[in-house]
Design a protein around this ligand. Structure first.
Ligand SMILES: Cc1cc2nc3c(=O)[nH]c(=O)nc-3n(C[C@H](O)[C@H](O)[C@H](O)COP(=O)(O)OP(=O)(O)OC[C@H]3O[C@@H](n4cnc5c(N)ncnc54)[C@H](O)[C@@H]3O)c2cc1C
Length: 396
């Protein structure tokens, strides 16, 4: 949408082909439906370090369309942005479909013809030139082609990796897609019972075969298959390595800022204030909302209906230990179907950084998730899309 709108803005006659009946189905999922539209780090020297080995490649495209341009672009389309923790930017309306509507307005303003329900099946190539594409048995020809078919994550949105296949067939160097930013599947039923709950301000420590590997702090989201949230997603690569080494377990600390002794004192004080209340009621002021009964179910030896004045010291200690390390067994990384970012794609060595033009086919331009560029979660993926698409649209 960005590439099409930009090319049309320059006066080109543009046809956008989309196989779904509507545009931007993956965009609608982004940022949990709020769309983390970009990362607000305006200093490109700092920002581009997040793109690993593609840092140098991206200097030119970002100098043409960077973070500030993203803010100006969407604000200009009537969609002002706001910045939250860790420089994550969102539309003020907190609605990803508003981003789709804004891009549709952009395309309409500049006269892009949009054709939905149009699946591109193949490319027709002659003498290192794309001569046409096949859509439902018909051949469509154009002077220039911009490929923006995305990666392979969440294939139900339409991103089924068709572009990877075409590029490989065209003899381009394409790295095999593997999920890199992906939630973790766990064995434990208790976490699944908390699906939809966020454990804010927690610390999670990972172990391989019982040996501490690493810890991270932040928000852990419980899901019906395991755990997710930005800190989990960004650690999935490291956890993948641990899974290779042995059995991976983890402990979630709900009180990372105080030690066991201080937590025991804190709980004792709460118990003293609520002597005659049942544990199942008092636990509500100790753990995140909605998690009390599930957390207590991890201590089956303690009757949740027991009045707290009769909780023994040893039982209180068991509770304290549990709150400092809720146990999990990590079974695997979720697959492509749940991944936020899938590594792999066209080698950037085969792309002209200044224009996004293929070095092998001079009337082909490649953008977004099709490019083999790794990055963390936090708005870096969509910024990469806006930048590469704007550059492709400016040059096609
Ligand atoms: C759950 C989830 C949450 C995310 N959240 C964020 C976030 O908050 N911030 C962020 O920066 N990034 C996020 N991302 C990543 C971001 O969504 C992608 O980087 C981005 O959508 C890639 O854009 P794209 O244009 O390259 O491809 P896509 O958005 O995948 O679009 C490709 C389009 O091409 C169409 N298509 C594919 N094949 C064909 C064909 N043969 N013929 C015709 N049309 C075809 C598809 O139907 C699709 O509409 C998230 C990803 C997921 C899965």
């Amino acid at each position: 949408m960005m590439a099409a709108g930009r090319a049309a803005e320059r006066g080109r006659r543009v046809l956008l082909l989309e196989k779904n009946s509507q545009l931007g189905m993956k965009l609608a999922l982004t940022g949990g439906g709020r769309c983390n539209i970009c990362n607000a780090q305006e200093n490109h020297k700092i920002l581009l370090k997040k793109y690993g080995s593609a840092e140098r490649f991206l200097y030119s495209p970002f100098s043409q369309f960077g973070v500030k341009d993203t803010f100006d672009f969407f604000t200009g389309l009537g969609l002002p942005l706001k910045v939250e923790a860790n420089q994550r930017a969102f539309p003020k309306t907190e609605n990803a479909t508003d981003v789709i509507r804004a891009l549709e307005r952009y395309m309409k303003k500049h006269g892009v013809t949009v054709q939905t329900n149009s699946k591109v099946d193949n490319f027709i190539v002659e003498n290192n030139q794309i001569e046409g594409i096949k859509v439902d048995g018909r051949v469509i020809s154009a002077r220039t082609y911009i490929l923006a078919t995305g990666g392979k994550s969440h294939p139900e949105t339409g991103s089924t990796g068709d572009g990877f296949l075409w590029l490989s067939k065209l003899g381009c160097k394409v790295a095999e897609p593997t999920p890199t930013i992906v939630p973790l599947a766990v064995q434990d039923k208790w976490i699944k019972k908390l699906a939809g709950v966020a454990l804010d301000d927690a610390k999670i420590t990972f172990f391989t075969d019982g040996k501490k590997a690493f810890s991270i702090k932040g928000r852990v989201l419980c899901t019906h298959f395991g755990i997710s949230g930005p800190i989990i997603l960004n650690s999935s690569g490291k956890v993948a390595d641990l899974l290779y080494d042995g059995k991976v377990t983890a402990g979630i600390d709900l009180y990372p800022h105080i030690d066991l002794g201080k937590l025991d004192k804190h709980i004792t004080a709460i118990f003293d204030e609520n002597k005659n209340k049942a544990l199942v009621n008092v636990i509500k002021s100790i753990v995140p909302p909605g998690t009390g009964p599930v957390i207590l179910s991890l201590l089956p030896q303690i009757d949740p209906e027991k009045k707290v004045h009769s909780i023994s010291k040893s039982e209180r200690k068991q509770l304290v230990n549990l709150l400092k390390s809720l146990p999990l067994t990590i079974t695997r990384l979720m697959g492509l179907e749940r991944a936020v970012v899938v590594d792999g794609g066209l080698s950037i060595r085969e792309v002209e950084a200044r224009t996004m033009q293929s070095r092998k086919y001079n009337n082909l331009y490649v953008t977004g998730d099709l490019l083999h560029i790794s990055r963390p979660s936090g708005g870096y993926s969509l910024q990469l899309c806006w930048t590469t698409a704007w550059v492709a649209g400016s040059n096609a």
